[in-house]
Design a protein around this ligand. Structure first.
Ligand SMILES: [Zn+2]
Length: 91
């Protein structure tokens, strides 16, 4: 049996999967931005332009604890393993 998993793009700032058109951020011309989600990117700008990598990791950790019911340690490890690899943070 072959299991095909559709590849969902994910935000290159916070790692959120973007499965629906409304999950994507928007450029200043109103067109969707394929790299970032609507939490991170609106009207062509980052919503929190000065957020640091550490702060983003903390934010995503809280998110995972609440939404995925992970422990804080598990969520923290997961966030630290993938957030620094995203386009926004690779420098
Ligand atoms: Zn995002």
């Amino acid at each position: 049996m072959k299991v095909t998993q559709p590849k969902v793009p994910f935000c290159q700032s916070c790692g959120m999967p973007m499965g629906r058109p409304e999950d994507f951020g928007a450029n200043d011309d109103g067109l969707k931005n394929n790299d970032y989600c609507h939490f991170c990117f609106k009207e062509g700008k980052f919503t929190e332009p000065n957020i640091t990598l550490d702060k983003m990791i903390n934010k995503v950790t809280d998110f995972l604890v609440q939404l995925r019911h992970m422990t804080e340690v598990e969520a923290g490890q997961l966030a630290q393993s993938f957030i620094p690899k995203l386009k926004r943070w690779r420098g």
